[in-house]
Design a protein around this ligand. Structure first.
Ligand code: KIV
Length: 258
């Protein structure tokens, strides 16, 4: 299996849709890896696995630990490290943390949230040999500052930010929670691949949080999520059978005993 390179991702633009999914550990990374182009170790792990209300308390140490695990599980997919809140406030902080990512993990790139205001940070990372995926539109790390998760409908602002991220040297861009026609316009305008989440279909690829996609996270379902499995229901059914078997003495059987 050939490893997905930066070149593969760049050359996908306008030719084939990129498939990206989050992964947070080696076990699931190994299951997803044969099918995905890109695995994102998203700071969404802070909500999904650590049970926090938002992504803001994720730390570099946590993200590094999970990325090391994902890199052990995945052999093929291009791996993206999501820079946690506060780890790229200015170019020198971003560079120190970006270098740490490359030195301590096998991640292929980092991702960070922000448009024109982060252009200098992106350029500094890129100048130092660190591949950067941008992320604009709805930025989950802004949830407290903006008082909620807000779909972006300001065409001029989104296009301006997308161009600034590309100009700064990012190799691709995640566009989250953006009106579909604006996302289509950005995709048309940019030379780099645009990967959407809640941004309609006229983009260069899609990303979903895997626990949403496989129906393990059931507290709420955003409009843009399509569930390909009812994971939580399947787990519930299996657990009920296990409990019945243990309580009734049907487990373990003779075959399952030494
Ligand atoms: O952290 C994450 O999972 C993300 C995706 C929503 C793109 O940033």
């Amino acid at each position: 299996m050939e490893k997905v390179s930066l070149g593969h991702i760049l050359s996908a633009k306008g030719k084939r849709k990129l498939v990206m999914l989050t992964a947070y550990d080696a076990l699931f990374a190994k299951l997803f890896d044969p099918y995905t182009d890109i695995l994102l170790v998203g700071d969404s792990l802070n909500m999904v696995f650590a049970g926090a209300q938002d992504t803001l308390s994720a730390t570099m140490d946590q993200m590094i630990y999970h990325t090391q695990a994902v890199c052990r599980g995945a052999q093929r997919s291009f791996i993206v490290f999501d820079m946690p809140y506060g780890s790229y406030t200015d170019p020198s902080t971003a560079l120190a943390n970006g270098l740490r990512v490359y030195k301590e993990t096998r991640a292929d790139s980092v991702k960070l949230e922000g448009g024109a205001e982060k252009a200098e940070v992106i350029a500094t990372l890129v100048e130092n040999g660190i591949a950067v995926m941008g992320h604009i539109g709805l930025m989950p790390q802004h949830v407290r500052g903006e008082g909620g998760y807000r779909i972006k409908r300001d065409r001029e602002r989104v296009v301006e930010d997308a161009l600034a991220v590309e100009e700064a040297g990012a190799f691709s861009l995640v566009l989250e929670g953006v009106q579909a026609d604006i996302a289509a316009a950005v995709t048309e305008e940019l030379k780099i691949p645009v990967i959407g989440i809640g941004a309609g279909r006229d983009v260069d690829g899609q990303v979903l949080v895997w626990t949403d996609m496989l129906g393990f996270f059931t507290e709420f379902k955003p409009k843009f999520v399509r569930r390909y499995l009812e994971g939580a229901q399947l787990v519930d059914g299996a657990l009920r059978r296990y409990v019945e078997d243990v309580r009734s003495g049907r487990f373990p059987s003779e075959k399952e005993s030494y």
